[in-house]
Design a binder for this molecule. Structure first.
Ligand SMILES: NC(=O)c1ccc[n+]([C@@H]2O[C@H](COP(=O)([O-])OP(=O)(O)OC[C@H]3O[C@@H](n4cnc5c(N)ncnc54)[C@H](O)[C@@H]3O)[C@@H](O)[C@H]2O)c1
Length: 383
C-alpha cells in the first residue's frame, strides 16, 4: 500500500475540519475518499467523495483502509469495534468513549487485530510547548512534587449547548467540561506527569448553564510518589485562565500566556534542605524562558502520524489505548464528586457505567435544539 484511503464518520464541526485539511493535501500519502452524511445537505466541496448514510455503511463498503471517527462520544466504541472487525485502521476522536467500561470494550476489540493501527486524536501532544515541558520533565526537573493547572478558558455560551441534542446530557455525551473540552488537558496532564493514584473531584452541575452535567470543576490529585496537584476547569468563566505550573525537586515550570519559564535550582531542593547548615537559605535558582512555536494544524500532524504508522510502522504520538487515562480521570472526578469521596485509580469502570445509566434514567432534560449563527469553530481549539 502506498496511499491510505481514508473515510470520515461524522461530518459535524470536527469531521469537516479533518476533511478540509485532507482535501487541502496537508497530509501526504493519504486520500480522503469517503464521508458520512446526507448528499442533500452536505456542502458542495464534499460531494465528489463517496457519501455513505452512516458509519456502518462506510466501514462495510470496502472503499477505505482507515476511518476517522468524529461522531458524538457514545458512538466511538461501537464504530471502532465494527471498523476493527472489518479490518480497518482507526483514528478515533477524543474521548475514545463516553465511559471507561466502553473504552475497555474498544481496546479489547483492537487486541484481536494487533496489526491494525489505533490512534486517538489528542492533538495537544503535537504542540511544541508541551513537548518542551515533557523533555524538561524527563531530563531536568527532578522528581515531580506538585502540579497545578488552572484551565478555565474553555468558555462556552448557552447557544453552544443548545446547538445539538447530544451535548451536555448524560445520555448524549456522558459528562461535561471534563469529558469534552478539558479532556485534552487531562490527557496532556497524564502524558506529562503520569496517571494520578487517587482523585477527589468537586463538580458543579449546571452552575453557569442550563445543563445537567458539570461545567465547573475543582479537583485534587495525588500521585504514587506523593506528588500532589489541583486541576480547575470551567466553561463558564471569562476571561478565564490557562496556567500550568509543575514543581520538581530541581526547579519549576510555568506555562501561561504563551510563555514557558523554567526556573532551575542549582541544587536539588531536598538535597539542599538535608545538607544546609543555615535555616533560612534556599537553593540559588535562575529563570530561563524556553521559546517554542505553535504547531501548524496539530490535527493534521496526528493524522499524518497515523498514516505513517500504517505505511511505515512509525510510533504513534497518541496511541488510542492511552485515551483510557484521560477518560478515566474525567469519569472518576465526576463520580468522586457525586459520592463525596476520594477515588483510587484504576477506578471501577462497571460501577461508573451503572451510576451513569442511573443518571440517564433519572434525567428530566428535554432539550430544545436551536441552530447557532455562523461560528468560527477553529477558534475553539485551545492550547
Ligand atoms: N480533537 C478536537 O479538537 C475536537 C474538537 C471538536 C470535537 N471533537 C470530538 O469530535 C466528536 C464530534 O464532535 P463535533 O463537535 O464535531 O460534533 P457535531 O455534533 O458537530 O458532529 C457530529 C456528527 O456526527 C454525526 N453522526 C452521529 N452518529 C453518526 C453515525 N453513527 N454515523 C455517521 N455519522 C454520525 C452527526 O450527524 C454529526 O454530523 C466528539 O467526540 C468531540 O469530543 C474533537
Amino acid at each position: 500500500m502506498h496511499t491510505v484511503r481514508l473515510g470520515i464518520i461524522g461530518m459535524g464541526n470536527i469531521g469537516k475540519h479533518h476533511a478540509d485539511y485532507l482535501l487541502g493535501h496537508k497530509v501526504s500519502r493519504a486520500e480522503l475518499v469517503a464521508v458520512t452524511g446526507n448528499t442533500a445537505t452536505l456542502p458542495e466541496k464534499y460531494q465528489s467523495l463517496h457519501v455513505f448514510r452512516d458509519g456502518a455503511a462506510l466501514i462495510q463498503s470496502g472503499a477505505v483502509d482507515a476511518v476517522i471517527i468524529a461522531t458524538p462520544h457514545y458512538q466511538h466504541p461501537a464504530l471502532g469495534i465494527a471498523a476493527f472487525a472489518a479490518g480497518r485502521h482507526v483514528l478515533v476522536e477524543k474521548p475514545i468513549a463516553a465511559h471507561k467500561a466502553d473504552a475497555e470494550r474498544l481496546i479489547s476489540a483492537r487486541k484481536k487485530s494487533p496489526h491494525l493501527v489505533f490512534g486517538g486524536m489528542f492533538q495537544l501532544r503535537a504542540e511544541p510547548r508541551y513537548q518542551a515541558i515533557r523533555r524538561l520533565l524527563q531530563t531536568e526537573l527532578g522528581e515531580i512534587v506538585r502540579v497545578n493547572w488552572i484551565n478555565t478558558d474553555w468558555f462556552r455560551t448557552e447557544a453552544y449547548y443548545t446547538s445539538s441534542a447530544w451535548r451536555a446530557t448524560w445520555r448524549g455525551e456522558g459528562g461535561g467540561v471534563l469529558l469534552n473540552q478539558a479532556l485534552h488537558n487531562l490527557d496532556t496532564l497524564q502524558w506529562l506527569c503520569g496517571q494520578p493514584r487517587s482523585v477527589r473531584g468537586f463538580c458543579q452541575l449546571g452552575r453557569f448553564h442550563e445543563i445537567e452535567v458539570e461545567d465547573n470543576v475543582t479537583a485534587y490529585l495525588e500521585w504514587a510518589n506523593g506528588a500532589t496537584g489541583s486541576f480547575i476547569s470551567s466553561t463558564g468563566e471569562a476571561p478565564g485562565t490557562n496556567r500550568l505550573e509543575i514543581a520538581g525537586t530541581r526547579g519549576k515550570l510555568v506555562l501561561e500566556n504563551d510563555r514557558l519559564v523554567f526556573t532551575r535550582n542549582e541544587t536539588d531542593m531536598l538535597e539542599f534542605s538535608r545538607t544546609a547548615t543555615q535555616g533560612f537559605v534556599k537553593p540559588a535558582a535562575t529563570a530561563q524562558e524556553i521559546p517554542f512555536e505553535n504547531a501548524k494544524l496539530p490535527h493534521a500532524i496526528l493524522t499524518q502520524n497515523f498514516v505513517n504508522a500504517i505505511l511505515d510502522g512509525e510510533p504513534l504520538i497518541a496511541p488510542g489505548e492511552e485515551g483510557l487515562h484521560s477518560l478515566e480521570l474525567a469519569n472518576a472526578l465526576v463520580w468522586s464528586s457525586l459520592r463525596g469521596e476520594t477515588i483510587r485509580l484504576p477506578m471501577d469502570g462497571a460501577g461508573w457505567e451503572a451510576r451513569l445509566n442511573q443518571l440517564i434514567a433519572e434525567s428530566k432534560v428535554v432539550k430544545e435544539v436551536r441552530a447557532t449563527g455562523a461560528d468560527d469553530f477553529a477558534g475553539s481549539f485551545k492550547k
